[in-house]
Ligand binder design. Structure first.
Ligand SMILES: Nc1ncnc2c1ncn2[C@@H]1O[C@H](COP(=O)(O)OP(=O)(O)OP(=O)(O)O)[C@@H](O)[C@H]1O
Ligand SMILES: [Mg+2]
Length: 256
């Protein structure tokens, strides 16, 4: 049974423009962690915005739990590609934002926000402002905010892209631990093949407006960082890389 369903999606941003997505179908099962890989501009963010109810496809339908998405779903958390912490709010108020948009946060909400921050290694950071935080800490706050309303669907658009390799690996671990503690369906966009393989149950490659590859990740869970240096991991990364390069050659040949 699939939980998040993209059914024959076509999308064109402007009337005269080329479609960004063409007759794309993708099904994600409940509790599955799926990464979307693909070259810059291939339509990853476009697809994610459709799942978030922020963009309506020109044709086709998006369903969550069998229901058509017409507005941002209730139990959805999202981390946007561009940093979106509000500079004039404290860290705590940034995390509380999804709650505050629906009503005045209660003491229980504030406690939940504090514990969400603590779980991500930001104990006591609540009263600080985003400008006082490092890039990695800001990414953690954005993730804490996305988790604030116990989402059943988590949409992450390159959430760790701006971080150094080690911080990034740490956050991947933290994300996996958070996912293991609840049932969440995750759609995770990244440019980084190794990141996609490490965190996901399944990696989907977008290209030319459609799904060019769809691979299960047959690695044991929970993941351990040593996996990254082992043969099955590297073989899978190489196969995905070749798939991406194949796409590049194909583009090149078509233009020639
Ligand atoms: N609001 C918009 N209006 C017009 N064109 C858009 C708009 N948003 C995106 N596009 C175009 O649609 C295509 C897909 O954009 P999208 O943001 O989905 O790509 P992406 O795969 O997320 O890329 P990146 O990896 O660089 O983030 C791009 O060619 C982009 O220029
Ligand atoms: Mg994008």
């Amino acid at each position: 049974m699939s939980y998040l369903d993209f059914e024959r999606i076509t999308h064109t941003y402007s009337r005269e423009g080329q479609p960004v997505l063409r007759d794309l179908s993708l099904r994600v099962a409940k509790g599955e962690f799926v990464s979307l890989l693909g070259r810059s501009g291939c339509g990853k963010t476009t697809l994610l915005k459709m799942a978030a109810g922020l963009l309506k496809p020109s044709a086709g339908s998006v369903r969550i739990g069998g229901e058509a998405v017409t507005k941002p779903p209730e139990r959805m958390g999202m981390v946007f590609q561009a940093p979106t912490l509000l500079e004039w709010l404290t860290v705590l108020d940034n995390v509380l934002l999804p709650v505050a948009l629906r009503g005045k946060p209660t003491k229980a909400d504030r406690d939940a926000a504090e514990s969400q921050l603590a779980r991500l290694g930001l104990n006591g950071f609540g009263p600080k402002f985003p400008s006082q935080l490092s890039g990695g800490q800001q990414s953690r706050v954005a993730l804490a905010r996305a988790l604030m309303r116990e989402p059943s669907l988590l949409l992450l658009d390159e959430p760790f892209a701006a971080l150094d390799a080690l911080t990034r690996e740490e956050l991947q671990e933290e994300l996996l631990q958070l996912c293991a503690a609840r049932t969440m369906t995750v759609l995770f966009i990244t440019h980084d093949i190794a990141e996609a393989v490490y965190v996901s149950d399944r990696v989907v490659m977008l290209q030319d407006g459609g799904v060019a590859g769809d691979a299960q990740v047959p690695l044991p869970a929970p993941r351990h960082y040593k996996l990254r240096y082992e043969e099955p991991f590297n073989k899978l990364c190489l196969a995905l890389r070749q798939m991406m390069e194949g796409g590049e050659r194909h583009e090149h040949e078509r233009r020639a």
